[in-house]
Design a binder for this molecule. Structure first.
Ligand SMILES: *[C@@H]1O[C@H](CO)[C@@H](O)[C@H](O)[C@H]1NC(C)=O
Ligand SMILES: *[C@@H]1O[C@H](CO)[C@@H](O)[C@H](O)[C@H]1NC(C)=O
Ligand SMILES: *[C@@H]1O[C@H](CO)[C@@H](O)[C@H](O)[C@H]1NC(C)=O
Length: 428
């Protein structure tokens, strides 16, 4: 992002917020048609769902029509387009769209893909997926249309909502597994059964202009989940859900997130890492120009005790937080298990983490919480130019810092580094 725009964000935050939000809305809802993509379409073979027997009435099952259109497109020696025509709703059950394909494939969604709301259409054999793209090189999904997970029935039956129900998996609306040179752009993803989009084992990925929306009370409805993937960019997205805006999991390397608006939801999380004594490797994460509204966390790294490996070279910068509960948090004692987690010596090592140019408001007084491991302290943590005030001006904010080593021009902050005074925490 150009430095001039950053200046604007910070000199006139409110105006800039309104401006940026409406710009994001506009681009997230456009159907992505440009002169260039029309020109490309004319040299491509087009495989419309309607030519493969789809009804598009929202009640007949169109799964086979999409499967057939995909198979034809994937076998095309020329670049192919699978077209989901506009103004129609195509009902789908579980569906895998697999490569490798002969040439590049673009799935242009102008209408809506809607998940069957009938629970009898979902088998216990695979409850984790709805539409899965697997092993495709040069896949683009675009079109400005929608993917609707019809999640309300799943949410009602979630053990997080109804304690009488057993805890079971629910489908991820869109999954991308083992894809290379992947672009997903100009798409609305709404009301997923669980995670909205998951990128797993992929390389060279661009996610742009996505609008992801589900109720703030919907259970486990992460916006975008990324794992075992590298060289990933997420830009210009608007994500409102009931769980993490972005969850960045094990095996993510070289991820750049910019111009993303989150909330409601749980904010941006790296982890949880290292549960069940597992190894984790996460590096090269830049989260830049992200705004969070009313989220439970802002910028968070969470690891279980007993893990190994690392989370390193991570930057959260140029963020605006509005009424966030825990704006900045590193928790190496994270535990989200039925039983309390045992104290353990080993830990995922957290290092070289920069929190820079972060401003806005918090609804709890804990603006910064660095709760690191006693045996594997966090190191190389930088907090720079942080300005977090209590929402509504209700008193002073606080920061707590345990087992966090902080180097700035050769200075190591004394332990513990609890302080109500920002001046002691901010290195310059
Ligand atoms: C969507 O694309 C069509 C061309 O296929 C264009 O005519 C129309 O204006 C676009 N609609 C929006 C809302 O951008
Ligand atoms: C995390 O990734 C590392 C490196 O690829 C791997 O060794 C480890 O098994 C993974 N951990 C889990 C929990 O999958
Ligand atoms: C840090 O985590 C430990 C273990 O969960 C907890 O007992 C402690 O209260 C936490 N410290 C702070 C300051 O929150």
């Amino acid at each position: 992002m150009a430095p001039s725009k950053l200046q604007l964000v910070f000199s006139a935050p409110l105006i800039a917020l309104l401006f940026l939000s409406s710009a994001l809305m506009a681009s997230a809802t456009s159907n992505g048609t440009s002169a260039r993509s029309l020109a490309e379409t004319s040299s491509q073979s087009v495989f419309s769902l309607d030519s493969y027997g789809a009804r598009g009435d929202g009640s007949h099952d169109d799964t086979q029509a999409l499967a057939k259109a995909w198979a034809a497109a994937c076998a095309s020696p020329r670049p192919a387009v699978v077209l989901v025509p506009g103004s129609k709703r195509y009902l789908l059950k579980l569906l895998a769209l697999s490569g490798p394909c002969k040439s590049s494939v673009t799935v242009t969604v102008k209408g809506t893909l809607v998940a069957s709301p009938n629970m009898a259409d979902w088998s216990d054999k695979d409850r984790r997926h709805w539409v899965v793209f697997r092993s495709v090189d040069e896949l683009t999904v675009n079109g400005g249309g929608a993917v609707d997970g019809n999640g309300e029935t799943w949410w009602k039956n979630s053990c997080k909502i109804n304690k009488a129900m057993p805890c079971k998996e629910a489908p991820t609306a869109l999954s991308f597994h083992f894809c290379t040179n992947l672009k997903v752009e100009s798409l609305k993803i709404v009301n997923s059964q669980q995670i909205h989009m998951s990128v797993e084992d992929c390389t060279n990925v661009q996610l742009t202009g996505l609008s992801i929306t589900a109720s703030g009370t919907s259970p486990n409805t992460d916006g975008i989940h990324i794992t075992r993937s590298k060289d990933v960019q997420v830009t210009n997205c608007k994500i409102k859900t009931g769980d993490d805006c972005l969850s960045i999991e094990n095996g993510t390397h070289n991820l750049r997130v910019s111009q993303v608006v989150c909330g409601p939801g749980h904010g941006i999380s790296i982890g949880s890492l290292g549960d069940d004594n597992s190894r984790a490797e996460v590096s090269g994460i830049i989260v830049d120009t992200v705004q969070l509204y009313g989220t439970t966390n802002g910028a968070r790294i969470k690891t279980y005790q007993g893990g190994s490996g690392y989370a390193k070279d991570i930057t959260f910068q140029n963020m605006i937080m509005d009424s966030v509960q825990n704006p900045i948090i590193i928790d190496q004692n994270y535990c989200d298990k039925a039983k309390p987690c045992q104290a353990q010596e080993s830990a995922v090592e957290v290092s070289n983490v920069v929190f820079k140019n972060i401003r806005g408001t918090t609804v709890t007084k804990d603006a910064i919480k660095l709760n690191c491991s006693k045996s594997v302290p966090c190191h190389g943590i930088t907090l720079q130019n942080i300005d977090l005030k209590m929402e509504g001006g209700k008193g002073a904010t606080e920061s707590t810092c345990q087992n966090a080593k902080w180097t700035k021009s050769g200075t190591v902050l004394p332990q513990p580094c609890s302080s109500k005074n920002w001046g002691m925490l901010i290195s310059n």
